[in-house]
Design a protein around this ligand. Structure first.
Ligand code: GLA
Length: 732
């Protein structure tokens, strides 16, 4: 890994990728290249453009060949002859900025971002380049930061603005990343959906104009994930060039690809400028969140595996990155709000007998919360349901040998709560004006330090009293009427809110490093890399239907390691779809994530209990692969009725393959198999008593059990709707 600086050309390379830019003749930065590694040399000829045509004649001084309208830029500004969307906008006396190169610095490792979650690296794992630019109109300084990692095809970027003037300025737009790519012959892949169908894979061809995904909900959202990829049209899951972009942030975001009239594609990612305005006083600085860029020449899978490794090794907190996550059972769908101590202890005892490791008590244990109309904010136990208190329940659950976890929704307040009656000003909204409710609740004002302090104290007291092992941190509504009476500038609201959330996470995870956090937002409404930094697993979706989960988990795996996806077996008929899938398929899907159950163990028949015991043992024996192995997508549920994926251990000696068929088809193919990947061609792998070599499994495929065809009842090993099988492969 090295950062080569030569005559104002900056070249970050690690043998896998090169990222190159330079100082233009007007002092601004010009982008030269991002892609597969190139040798060291001068690449300024990459910037050469035709003389602009008369309609684009906004040239620099008297050089007809130099127009910002046609130059690939690094951090474009508004108003200097480039008519594409800028990375930065300022307002005030001089609403135009002109950032001119001033200096650079290279440091080993990766300095932490103040108050923001980000990837991290030791001095041997990464190098960081800081480029400082100065606004020629007023004394503000822009510091662009680029980190290259030793082993991964990733560049991490962020920007910081320092106000060296003696007046206040307003930042109206400040992207974390902007990059101009030389062509537009690409497709944009993104993950979109809504509640119960999060992160479905969507692909569209780039066209002149802006194609964007975004959130202005105060959360990264169910609807669009802060991720996008650009792939060449011929790139597949396993071949071809793909660029992946991901924003390490949990609030309002904008991610867009703008194709201009010369087919240059400008990609930007950052805090959504809508409603954003940050007042920067003299001497202050503003730090953007981090954005990541990945290059893959091995298709979408190559990009995903890079994100997976990066998050596993350089994002998830030290304490949890290599630790096995407990198999949990959650009582939500089993009881909803209707439980008491006796019922819970019976539930826990039965779960323990099945082999479960962690019991999670979900919503309804605090205040007077018998439905979703009250008590958020009152984090004291409901003594009517749990007369001996929460500490006593925790002790009794733990005495069965289970770990104990609790649900919190720390950012919310019910209008019907003691907290609201005492502190109505702690709820977001314009005082005295109508406020829109979401799930009957309002949002706490996390821009106020005293609110974060208060919730921290309440949670700390409960964590200590219960000796808590796990927290499910939920967030069940988005933010409307974004207004804090405690804030001077409302344009800062959304970002300050998220900084408050990160502050609480930071304090809790620092004080209680052994507590496992799982983030959640009405299912998967805030699945983003920033929260993975604190909470190494995220509840992927409230939709636990096995068929739907194939799509959700497949889509989520585009950007996130599967060990970060909470995936549970739930009861049938499924509570979200009313579909009845077999217990075997529900587990076969859930194995490819952090495994658990979301059902009442006493509703299981004796036979089902035996099946569940075996499933738990199976996951325990496979868990190391889910945590450490390379996940490979084989067949997409978005393209056909069949889905397949696999995990291969890093030494290629072990693998698991998940294969699924959602609905039956008449008179199916006779010779069915699934082609595997990532194995060692020369290893002989044992599968269900047979041995196959790696090459035959990858070239011809792993044979699937014989399928029912209407006439082979005796011979058929599978048939009907909802077929699935998980194969375990072990090299001899
Ligand atoms: C959200 C979560 C669920 C459950 C409920 C409790 O919907 O996604 O898993 O915790 O809240 O109210």
């Amino acid at each position: 890994m090295s950062i080569l600086v030569n005559q104002q050309q900056f070249h970050l390379t690690n043998g896998k990728i090169s990222y190159i830019f330079h100082v233009l003749k007007n002092g601004q930065l010009g982008h030269l290249y991002f892609g597969k590694a190139l040798r060291e040399r001068d690449y300024r000829h990459f910037q050469r453009t035709n003389n602009p045509t008369p309609a684009s004649c906004h040239t620099y001084e008297d050089d007809a060949a130099f127009s910002l309208e046609t130059i690939q830029q690094e951090y474009p500004v508004y108003g200097k002859g480039d008519f594409r969307e800028p990375a930065f906008m300022v307002s005030g006396e001089k609403p135009i900025a002109n950032f001119v190169y001033k200096s650079y610095e290279v440091v080993k490792g990766k300095p932490r971002l103040k108050d923001l979650p980000a990837t991290y690296a030791t001095s041997g794992e990464a190098e960081t380049l800081f480029v400082v630019l100065e606004d020629s109109y007023q004394q503000v300084e822009l510091e662009l930061s680029y980190t290259i990692f030793e082993n991964e095809a990733v560049i991490a970027r962020n920007a910081r603005l320092i106000n060296k003037t003696d007046v206040e300025i307003s930042i109206d737009r400040m992207m974390s990343l902007s990059v101009d790519l030389p062509h537009a012959d690409m497709e944009m892949v993104h993950l979109s959906g809504t509640w119960a169908r999060e992160r479905h894979v969507k692909t569209r061809k780039l066209e002149q104009g802006i194609q964007s995904i975004s959130s202005i909900r105060g959360a990264s959202s169910h609807h669009h994930n802060p991720f996008l990829a650009l792939k060449t049209p011929d790139a597949t899951e396993h071949t071809g060039e793909v660029l992946g972009f991901q924003f390490v942030y949990s609030g309002n975001f904008l991610a867009q690809a703008e194709v201009d009239h010369y087919d240059v594609t400008r990609v930007q990612m950052g805090i959504h400028p809508l409603g954003f305005q940050w007042k920067l006083r003299s001497g202050e600085s503003f730090q953007t969140p981090e954005a990541l860029m990945v290059y893959s020449d091995q298709g979408m899978n190559g990009m995903s595996q890079t994100f997976h490794r990066l998050y596993r090794h350089q994002l998830i907190r030290e304490q949890w990155k290599y630790k096995e996550r407990p198999i949990l059972i959650n009582n939500w769908e089993a009881t909803y709000f209707d439980f008491n101590e006796e019922k819970l202890l019976h539930f826990a005892k039965e779960a323990k007998e099945l082999g479960v490791e962690l019991f999670v008590l979900d919503d309804g244990w605090f205040g007077k919360r018998n439905n979703d109309r009250s008590s958020l904010g009152d984090w004291t136990v409901d003594l009517e349901k749990l007369p001996d208190g929460i500490a006593s329940l925790a002790k009794k659950v733990k005495s069965t040998g289970l770990q104990f976890g609790l649900w919190f929704e720390p950012e919310m307040i019910s209008p019907d709560s003691h907290l609201f009656r005492e502190h109505p000003e702690w709820a977001i909204g314009i005082p005295g004006e109508h406020v829109t409710l979401g799930r009957n609740q309002r949002v706490l004002d996390y821009t106020r330090a005293e609110v974060v302090d208060y919730i921290f104290d309440r949670m700390k007291a409960i964590i200590e009293a219960t000796n808590l092992d796990y927290i499910k941190w939920d967030m069940n509504r988005n933010i409307t009427e974004a207004y804090s009476a405690g804030l001077e500038h409302q344009g800062e609201f959304f970002h300050r809110y998220i900084l408050g959330v990160y502050d609480l996470y930071e304090r809790l995870t620092s004080e209680f490093p052994n507590v496992l956090f799982e983030s959640c937002a009405g299912g998967g409404g805030r699945f983003d890399p920033a929260l993975l930094y604190y909470a190494p697993q995220t509840w992927a979706s409230d939709d636990t239907d096995a068929v739907e989960r194939l799509k959700i988990q497949y889509g989520t795996s585009m950007a996130y390691p599967i060990y970060s996806m909470g995936s549970h077996v739930s009861a049938v008929p499924n509570h979200q779809t009313l579909r009845e899938t077999p217990l075997s398929m529900r587990a076969d899907v859930a194995y490819f994530g952090t495994f658990g159950y979301e059902l009442d163990p006493s509703s299981l028949s004796d036979e089902e209990k035996e099946i569940v015991k075996a499933q738990i043992k199976r996951y325990q024996s496979l868990r190391h692969l889910v945590r450490d192995g390379e996940f490979i997508r084989l067949q997409s549920p978005f393209e056909s009725n069949e889905t397949a994926w696999m995990i291969v251990s890093t030494d290629q000696k072990e693998a698991i393959v998940g294969w699924y068929k959602a609905s039956s088809t008449p008179n199916p193919r006779t010779n069915q198999s699934v082609k595997l990947r990532g194995l060692d061609s020369d290893y002989g792998y044992q599968v269900d008593g047979d041995t196959y070599y790696g090459d035959e499994l990858m070239q011809h495929g792993l044979p699937l059990p014989i399928e029912f065809n209407g006439a082979n009842g005796e011979q058929a090993e599978r048939g009907g709707d909802f077929q699935s099988k998980v194969f375990y492969l072990k090299a001899e």
